[in-house]
Design a protein around this ligand. Structure first.
Ligand SMILES: NC(=O)c1ccc[n+]([C@@H]2O[C@H](COP(=O)([O-])OP(=O)(O)OC[C@H]3O[C@@H](n4cnc5c(N)ncnc54)[C@H](OP(=O)(O)O)[C@@H]3O)[C@@H](O)[C@H]2O)c1
Length: 264
Protein backbone atom coordinates (compact mmCIF):
# COMPACT_ATOMS: atom_id res chain seq x y z
CA UNK A 1 0.00 0.00 0.00
CA UNK A 2 0.98 3.62 -0.46
CA UNK A 3 2.67 5.04 2.62
CA UNK A 4 0.22 6.98 4.78
CA UNK A 5 2.35 10.13 4.71
CA UNK A 6 3.34 10.24 1.06
CA UNK A 7 4.42 13.77 0.16
CA UNK A 8 3.61 14.53 -3.46
CA UNK A 9 5.02 17.56 -5.22
CA UNK A 10 3.25 18.42 -8.49
CA UNK A 11 5.14 20.79 -10.78
CA UNK A 12 2.84 22.40 -13.35
CA UNK A 13 -0.54 23.26 -11.84
CA UNK A 14 -2.46 23.44 -15.11
CA UNK A 15 -5.27 21.24 -16.43
CA UNK A 16 -3.64 17.93 -15.62
CA UNK A 17 -1.66 18.96 -12.53
CA UNK A 18 -4.72 20.36 -10.80
CA UNK A 19 -6.85 17.34 -11.76
CA UNK A 20 -4.24 15.06 -10.21
CA UNK A 21 -3.98 17.24 -7.10
CA UNK A 22 -7.77 17.22 -6.64
CA UNK A 23 -7.98 13.48 -7.27
CA UNK A 24 -5.17 12.71 -4.85
CA UNK A 25 -6.63 14.96 -2.17
CA UNK A 26 -9.93 13.09 -2.48
CA UNK A 27 -8.88 9.48 -3.05
CA UNK A 28 -5.48 9.37 -1.33
CA UNK A 29 -6.46 11.52 1.60
CA UNK A 30 -3.29 10.82 3.61
CA UNK A 31 -1.09 12.24 0.86
CA UNK A 32 0.33 15.71 1.44
CA UNK A 33 0.19 17.57 -1.83
CA UNK A 34 2.02 20.62 -3.08
CA UNK A 35 1.26 22.14 -6.49
CA UNK A 36 3.48 24.70 -8.18
CA UNK A 37 3.14 27.00 -11.18
CA UNK A 38 4.44 30.47 -11.92
CA UNK A 39 1.08 32.27 -11.77
CA UNK A 40 -0.58 30.86 -8.68
CA UNK A 41 -3.63 33.14 -8.47
CA UNK A 42 -5.71 30.70 -10.50
CA UNK A 43 -4.99 27.78 -8.16
CA UNK A 44 -5.01 29.50 -4.79
CA UNK A 45 -8.47 27.99 -4.13
CA UNK A 46 -6.71 24.64 -3.68
CA UNK A 47 -5.41 25.82 -0.31
CA UNK A 48 -8.95 25.49 1.07
CA UNK A 49 -8.62 21.77 0.33
CA UNK A 50 -5.34 21.54 2.27
CA UNK A 51 -3.32 21.46 -0.93
CA UNK A 52 -0.20 23.59 -0.63
CA UNK A 53 0.29 26.05 -3.49
CA UNK A 54 3.57 27.73 -4.41
CA UNK A 55 5.21 29.62 -7.25
CA UNK A 56 8.57 28.19 -6.11
CA UNK A 57 9.24 24.77 -7.66
CA UNK A 58 11.83 24.02 -5.00
CA UNK A 59 9.49 24.76 -2.08
CA UNK A 60 10.04 21.89 0.43
CA UNK A 61 10.90 19.66 -2.54
CA UNK A 62 13.69 17.97 -0.59
CA UNK A 63 11.02 16.37 1.63
CA UNK A 64 8.88 15.10 -1.25
CA UNK A 65 8.51 11.33 -1.73
CA UNK A 66 7.17 11.66 -5.25
CA UNK A 67 7.69 14.52 -7.71
CA UNK A 68 5.18 14.73 -10.54
CA UNK A 69 6.01 16.66 -13.70
CA UNK A 70 2.91 18.01 -15.43
CA UNK A 71 4.37 20.78 -17.57
CA UNK A 72 4.49 21.06 -21.36
CA UNK A 73 7.43 19.32 -23.05
CA UNK A 74 9.26 22.60 -23.80
CA UNK A 75 9.08 23.58 -20.11
CA UNK A 76 10.83 20.46 -18.81
CA UNK A 77 14.45 21.61 -19.06
CA UNK A 78 13.77 24.87 -17.21
CA UNK A 79 12.04 22.98 -14.41
CA UNK A 80 14.77 20.35 -14.14
CA UNK A 81 17.50 23.00 -14.01
CA UNK A 82 15.66 24.55 -11.08
CA UNK A 83 14.89 21.44 -9.05
CA UNK A 84 17.77 19.03 -9.66
CA UNK A 85 20.24 20.81 -7.33
CA UNK A 86 17.68 20.41 -4.49
CA UNK A 87 16.80 16.71 -4.74
CA UNK A 88 18.46 13.32 -4.47
CA UNK A 89 17.15 9.77 -5.04
CA UNK A 90 13.56 10.78 -5.65
CA UNK A 91 10.74 9.11 -7.51
CA UNK A 92 10.29 11.40 -10.48
CA UNK A 93 7.03 10.81 -12.31
CA UNK A 94 6.48 12.41 -15.70
CA UNK A 95 3.18 12.88 -17.50
CA UNK A 96 4.92 14.92 -20.19
CA UNK A 97 3.82 13.78 -23.63
CA UNK A 98 6.62 12.37 -25.77
CA UNK A 99 9.32 12.46 -23.09
CA UNK A 100 10.77 8.95 -22.85
CA UNK A 101 12.00 7.26 -19.69
CA UNK A 102 15.45 7.04 -21.24
CA UNK A 103 15.53 10.76 -22.13
CA UNK A 104 14.42 11.77 -18.64
CA UNK A 105 16.95 9.41 -17.04
CA UNK A 106 19.69 11.11 -19.09
CA UNK A 107 18.42 14.61 -18.27
CA UNK A 108 18.50 13.70 -14.55
CA UNK A 109 21.92 12.00 -14.68
CA UNK A 110 20.44 8.61 -13.71
CA UNK A 111 20.17 9.89 -10.13
CA UNK A 112 16.43 9.27 -9.65
CA UNK A 113 13.80 6.60 -10.22
CA UNK A 114 11.92 7.61 -13.34
CA UNK A 115 8.33 6.59 -13.96
CA UNK A 116 6.39 7.71 -17.03
CA UNK A 117 2.62 7.97 -16.80
CA UNK A 118 -0.23 8.84 -19.13
CA UNK A 119 -3.27 9.74 -17.04
CA UNK A 120 -6.36 11.73 -17.95
CA UNK A 121 -8.03 14.67 -16.26
CA UNK A 122 -10.71 12.21 -15.08
CA UNK A 123 -8.20 11.40 -12.31
CA UNK A 124 -9.95 14.20 -10.45
CA UNK A 125 -13.02 11.95 -10.22
CA UNK A 126 -11.11 8.69 -9.62
CA UNK A 127 -11.76 7.59 -13.22
CA UNK A 128 -8.45 7.89 -15.08
CA UNK A 129 -7.21 4.95 -17.14
CA UNK A 130 -3.56 5.66 -16.33
CA UNK A 131 -0.89 3.87 -18.35
CA UNK A 132 2.52 3.50 -16.70
CA UNK A 133 6.02 2.61 -17.91
CA UNK A 134 9.38 2.41 -16.17
CA UNK A 135 12.73 0.75 -16.64
CA UNK A 136 13.74 -2.39 -14.76
CA UNK A 137 15.89 -0.37 -12.34
CA UNK A 138 12.84 1.65 -11.23
CA UNK A 139 10.64 -1.36 -10.52
CA UNK A 140 9.91 -0.50 -6.87
CA UNK A 141 9.11 3.10 -7.75
CA UNK A 142 6.89 1.94 -10.61
CA UNK A 143 4.98 -0.33 -8.24
CA UNK A 144 4.46 2.50 -5.79
CA UNK A 145 3.25 4.87 -8.51
CA UNK A 146 0.96 2.14 -9.84
CA UNK A 147 -0.61 1.75 -6.41
CA UNK A 148 -1.10 5.48 -6.18
CA UNK A 149 -2.77 5.76 -9.59
CA UNK A 150 -4.97 2.76 -8.85
CA UNK A 151 -6.61 5.09 -6.34
CA UNK A 152 -7.40 7.52 -9.19
CA UNK A 153 -9.06 4.95 -11.46
CA UNK A 154 -7.10 2.12 -13.04
CA UNK A 155 -3.33 1.84 -13.43
CA UNK A 156 -1.99 -0.34 -16.20
CA UNK A 157 1.73 -1.02 -16.65
CA UNK A 158 2.45 -1.06 -20.39
CA UNK A 159 5.48 -1.39 -22.65
CA UNK A 160 6.85 2.09 -23.23
CA UNK A 161 6.65 1.70 -27.01
CA UNK A 162 2.84 1.84 -26.54
CA UNK A 163 2.92 5.16 -24.68
CA UNK A 164 1.95 7.25 -27.74
CA UNK A 165 -0.96 4.91 -28.39
CA UNK A 166 -1.90 5.19 -24.70
CA UNK A 167 -1.85 8.97 -24.99
CA UNK A 168 -4.34 8.81 -27.85
CA UNK A 169 -6.59 6.17 -26.28
CA UNK A 170 -6.61 7.29 -22.64
CA UNK A 171 -5.92 11.00 -22.73
CA UNK A 172 -7.29 12.23 -26.09
CA UNK A 173 -9.95 9.53 -25.72
CA UNK A 174 -11.59 11.67 -23.04
CA UNK A 175 -12.29 14.31 -25.70
CA UNK A 176 -13.64 11.75 -28.18
CA UNK A 177 -16.03 10.35 -25.57
CA UNK A 178 -17.16 13.86 -24.65
CA UNK A 179 -17.84 14.62 -28.31
CA UNK A 180 -20.09 11.54 -28.45
CA UNK A 181 -21.96 12.84 -25.39
CA UNK A 182 -22.33 16.25 -27.01
CA UNK A 183 -23.75 14.74 -30.20
CA UNK A 184 -26.17 12.53 -28.25
CA UNK A 185 -27.22 15.58 -26.25
CA UNK A 186 -27.91 17.59 -29.41
CA UNK A 187 -29.99 14.75 -30.81
CA UNK A 188 -31.81 14.51 -27.48
CA UNK A 189 -32.77 18.18 -27.74
CA UNK A 190 -34.05 17.62 -31.28
CA UNK A 191 -36.32 14.81 -30.09
CA UNK A 192 -37.80 16.75 -27.21
CA UNK A 193 -35.55 17.24 -24.15
CA UNK A 194 -34.22 20.47 -22.74
CA UNK A 195 -30.41 20.66 -22.90
CA UNK A 196 -29.72 19.88 -19.23
CA UNK A 197 -31.98 16.83 -19.22
CA UNK A 198 -30.51 15.65 -22.54
CA UNK A 199 -26.98 16.05 -21.13
CA UNK A 200 -27.86 14.18 -17.93
CA UNK A 201 -29.39 11.26 -19.86
CA UNK A 202 -26.56 11.09 -22.43
CA UNK A 203 -23.84 11.22 -19.74
CA UNK A 204 -25.40 8.62 -17.45
CA UNK A 205 -26.10 6.34 -20.42
CA UNK A 206 -22.42 6.41 -21.42
CA UNK A 207 -21.43 5.79 -17.80
CA UNK A 208 -23.82 2.83 -17.67
CA UNK A 209 -22.48 1.35 -20.92
CA UNK A 210 -18.89 1.75 -19.72
CA UNK A 211 -19.78 0.18 -16.38
CA UNK A 212 -21.17 -2.88 -18.16
CA UNK A 213 -18.07 -3.43 -20.31
CA UNK A 214 -15.80 -2.87 -17.31
CA UNK A 215 -17.71 -5.16 -14.96
CA UNK A 216 -18.66 -7.92 -17.40
CA UNK A 217 -15.46 -7.75 -19.49
CA UNK A 218 -17.25 -8.93 -22.61
CA UNK A 219 -17.29 -7.67 -26.18
CA UNK A 220 -19.53 -4.58 -26.53
CA UNK A 221 -21.45 -6.26 -29.35
CA UNK A 222 -22.68 -8.94 -26.92
CA UNK A 223 -24.13 -6.18 -24.76
CA UNK A 224 -25.57 -4.44 -27.82
CA UNK A 225 -27.40 -7.69 -28.60
CA UNK A 226 -29.20 -7.33 -25.27
CA UNK A 227 -30.50 -3.90 -26.29
CA UNK A 228 -31.52 -4.62 -29.88
CA UNK A 229 -34.89 -6.15 -30.74
CA UNK A 230 -35.32 -7.66 -34.24
CA UNK A 231 -36.90 -5.03 -36.49
CA UNK A 232 -36.69 -2.62 -33.55
CA UNK A 233 -35.76 1.02 -33.26
CA UNK A 234 -32.23 0.43 -31.82
CA UNK A 235 -30.92 -1.65 -34.72
CA UNK A 236 -32.25 0.70 -37.40
CA UNK A 237 -30.56 3.62 -35.65
CA UNK A 238 -27.30 1.72 -35.21
CA UNK A 239 -27.26 0.60 -38.82
CA UNK A 240 -27.98 4.12 -40.05
CA UNK A 241 -25.06 5.37 -37.93
CA UNK A 242 -22.80 2.77 -39.54
CA UNK A 243 -24.08 3.66 -43.03
CA UNK A 244 -23.01 7.24 -42.19
CA UNK A 245 -19.55 6.01 -41.14
CA UNK A 246 -19.79 6.06 -37.32
CA UNK A 247 -17.21 3.37 -36.46
CA UNK A 248 -15.12 4.21 -39.48
CA UNK A 249 -14.90 7.92 -38.60
CA UNK A 250 -13.91 7.08 -35.01
CA UNK A 251 -11.18 4.71 -36.12
CA UNK A 252 -9.91 7.19 -38.71
CA UNK A 253 -9.95 10.00 -36.13
CA UNK A 254 -7.97 7.96 -33.61
CA UNK A 255 -5.44 6.97 -36.28
CA UNK A 256 -5.13 10.62 -37.41
CA UNK A 257 -4.37 11.65 -33.81
CA UNK A 258 -1.84 8.82 -33.60
CA UNK A 259 -0.11 9.97 -36.81
CA UNK A 260 0.01 13.51 -35.43
CA UNK A 261 1.57 12.54 -32.08
CA UNK A 262 4.49 10.97 -33.91
CA UNK A 263 5.23 14.37 -35.52
CA UNK A 264 5.29 16.24 -32.17
N1 LIG B 1 -4.41 17.86 -20.16
C1 LIG B 1 -4.47 16.53 -20.28
O1 LIG B 1 -5.55 15.94 -20.37
C2 LIG B 1 -3.18 15.74 -20.28
C3 LIG B 1 -3.27 14.34 -20.17
C4 LIG B 1 -2.08 13.60 -20.17
C5 LIG B 1 -0.85 14.23 -20.28
N2 LIG B 1 -0.81 15.58 -20.40
C6 LIG B 1 0.51 16.23 -20.47
O2 LIG B 1 0.68 16.94 -19.25
C7 LIG B 1 1.43 18.14 -19.49
C8 LIG B 1 0.61 19.34 -19.03
O3 LIG B 1 -0.56 19.43 -19.81
P1 LIG B 1 -1.73 20.43 -19.41
O4 LIG B 1 -2.81 20.21 -20.37
O5 LIG B 1 -2.02 20.31 -17.95
O6 LIG B 1 -1.02 21.82 -19.71
P2 LIG B 1 -1.30 23.24 -19.03
O7 LIG B 1 -2.74 23.34 -18.64
O8 LIG B 1 -0.72 24.26 -19.94
O9 LIG B 1 -0.44 23.15 -17.69
C9 LIG B 1 0.93 23.35 -17.64
C10 LIG B 1 1.21 24.16 -16.41
O10 LIG B 1 2.61 24.27 -16.21
C11 LIG B 1 2.85 25.52 -15.59
N3 LIG B 1 4.25 25.87 -15.83
C12 LIG B 1 4.82 26.30 -16.97
N4 LIG B 1 6.13 26.54 -16.78
C13 LIG B 1 6.37 26.24 -15.47
C14 LIG B 1 7.53 26.31 -14.66
N5 LIG B 1 8.72 26.72 -15.14
N6 LIG B 1 7.41 25.92 -13.38
C15 LIG B 1 6.23 25.50 -12.88
N7 LIG B 1 5.09 25.44 -13.59
C16 LIG B 1 5.18 25.82 -14.88
C17 LIG B 1 1.88 26.47 -16.27
O11 LIG B 1 1.49 27.52 -15.40
P3 LIG B 1 2.30 28.91 -15.34
O12 LIG B 1 2.38 29.44 -16.73
O13 LIG B 1 1.48 29.74 -14.41
O14 LIG B 1 3.64 28.57 -14.77
C18 LIG B 1 0.66 25.57 -16.50
O15 LIG B 1 -0.30 25.76 -15.48
C19 LIG B 1 1.75 18.16 -20.98
O16 LIG B 1 3.03 17.64 -21.21
C20 LIG B 1 0.67 17.26 -21.57
O17 LIG B 1 1.08 16.67 -22.76
C21 LIG B 1 -1.94 16.35 -20.38
Amino acid sequence: MVNSTTKIHIIGGGNLGVSLALGLSKFSSDSQITVTRRNIQQIQYLEKLNICVSSDNTFEIGQADIILLTVKPYQVDTVLNEILPHISHKILVSAVTGLSVDALEKKTNHAHSIVRIMPSIAAQFGESATCISFSEGSHDAGKKVSELFDLLGTALVIEEKLMDAATIMASCGTAYALRYIRAAMQAGIEIGFDSQTALAIASQTVKGAARMTLDEKIHPEQLIDRVTTPKGCTIVGLNEMEHQGFSSSLIKGIKTSFDKIKEI
